[in-house]
Design a binder for this molecule. Sequence first.
Ligand code: GP9
Ligand code: MN
Length: 695
Amino acid sequence: MKKIWNKIKKYCLDFKNDPKKKLLKIKKRIKDYFHNNLLFVIYVITCVVNSTLLRFFTLHTVENYLSIKPILADTAIVVLVGAFGYLIKPKKRFIYFMTFDIFFTAICMINSIYYTFYTSFASVSMLSLAQFIAPVGDAVVENVLQIKDLVYLWGPICLFFVHWKLKKRNYYEHNLSFKRRKTQTFKHLILGAVLITIFTLTLTPLEIGRFAKQWNREYIVMKFGIYTYQMNDVVKSIEPKVSSLFGLDNAMKSFHEYFEERDTSQKTNEYTNVFEGKNIIGIHAESMQSFPIGMTFNGQEVTPTLNKLVSEGLYFDNFYSQVSVGTSSDTELTLSTSLMPTHSGTAFVSYFDREYISIPKLLKEKGYYTFSMHANNADFWNRRTMHESLGYDRFYSKKDFEVTKENTIGLGLSDKEFFKQVIPKLQDIKEKGQPFYGTFIMLTNHTPFSDVDKYGEFDVDIKETITNENGETEVISHPYMEGTKLGNYLKSVHYADAALGQFLEDLEANGLLENTVIVLYGDHDARLPKNDYVRLYNYDTTTDSVLSKDDPNYIDFDSYQYELNRKVPLIIWTPEHEYTGTVHDVMGMYDVMPTLGNMFGFYNPYQLGHDIFDIKENNIVVFPNGNWVTNKVYYNSQQEEYLPLGSEVISEEYIKQCDEYAESLLYTSNNIIVYDLIRLERESEEVRAESEKGS
Ligand code: GP9
Ligand code: MN
């Protein structure tokens, strides 16, 4: 260390004494470096230019054009890989650089082609899906290959040309000892490590988080470059395979024990088969929480449509989503399969190839046509693949909708426009003459709720009529929630509610509500700041701020209130309004499949939730982090603390029992997905049945 320090000091001193001489020396050293490492330099430049070209042709955002980060990351990877080329004798080194130049060029070309077709980047995990690759292969050759996909070939061609010139100049004749070659490798590895360190220091927590999840592919390529994306993609694709290699026996054993102990008999109640054969319109209401329902500002309802559905249908006002890092996709998984999100990664991305018993599959067995519609990129949350795994006959994604700059709000196609474009598609589906099950995934009401101008007029202030000094009446406004994130959320909710209202009207006008049940659910909470809730419930118009904590009217909003307030609506509504009322018992997303199963006549023996009309007040909602809630108590498993929800005294025994229940449910759910236990169980049952037939 001292030696390096002394060297730096001497260098600075020399520079100070004679800067001109030193600059000339630096210039000469750079020149010498380029001369001695020309092949390596060309290899690095061609690979990095190609990755930059790929981003240029695919991601058309100013942010992408100006970003230095992906260039830094791509350069680091190319340098690190190239460093090992120095271990090879100069005469053979070209083969090494050429091989990797072709390899990196191929990554760019494949992704360029894939992007034209899917508006996303390729994943090696897709290679395991033969049925997916086959149609793509044909389509690529016929429709997708474009001139721009061939541009990347300039890299290897240029490298070959430089090599040819160098060979003619006897550039490779000078041989180096293995020791010298090792030193060169080491120096270039250090260079790569320095680049990686600089790159890592520029990363924000959001970027790191998204990199860990890997599902937002465009974002990762924009921030990390295509080579880092592809490396991470390989790791993410192998991860589930590796983790499922160990512990299968234990997982299977505890799976059997779990379902032997659990009462899996099918029950009947007043709702059994009441909707058998009816169409289902499932509405996945993005970030829709329950608290805006019934809320008014200056006499205007925030959610007039939802309020109407609540009073005309079955409303579950203690319903919770059970999402982990997979947010929207976790809700889709839990609702469709009655399983919980996985402990690590997300089921939609890492475990899309597992066998699931799902609502679409069970309804298909009953003759239904099943489909989903979402006007966003099909690869968001890997839906293109996972909706197929869940058994939907068809997934209508962004490419099936007309999306323009004018009809876009926030993340993509506005909900009003989405529902408008849904109607003719639904008419075509109805004409098939089969009952249908459709999931409609909304998009506009998504964080950060900043497209306020496009949500339409809805004031979240408090208007007061006063008499001024002249004795005239005038209306003054207290800002209240205006300008806050929660205020903007409420405006966005009001917009989404209006979109739903318009959808219902259009469904009715087109005869699409006949024999149909609407199942609407909020997919998860909107992650709003706690302080905004404090303002919402404690606003003082006289001071335009929140009441003091000592004020008798102050409503406490601590972390428990925050958790409880994350609840989302679940509404089951029919145009005939024959089933109405509010169910207050706690209910989770995993209870939807069993509850609908009882109403529509399907059953999943591995469901982890319950039919709410069967379990009623004894229900328990388990969250992926181990917390749980019952009608009596909310339990925080990290802090081993709880909040009683009524006057009943909570016994230690009750907490222990519920906690054990939550733990084994989460363990079993994770094992089912990671070890693909439903498939293994089915296969061994088939073998058993075969051998019984034979004997
Ligand atoms: C993405 C949309 C939102 O297509 O469903 O996903 P989220 O960010 O809520 O998980
Ligand atoms: Mn969502």
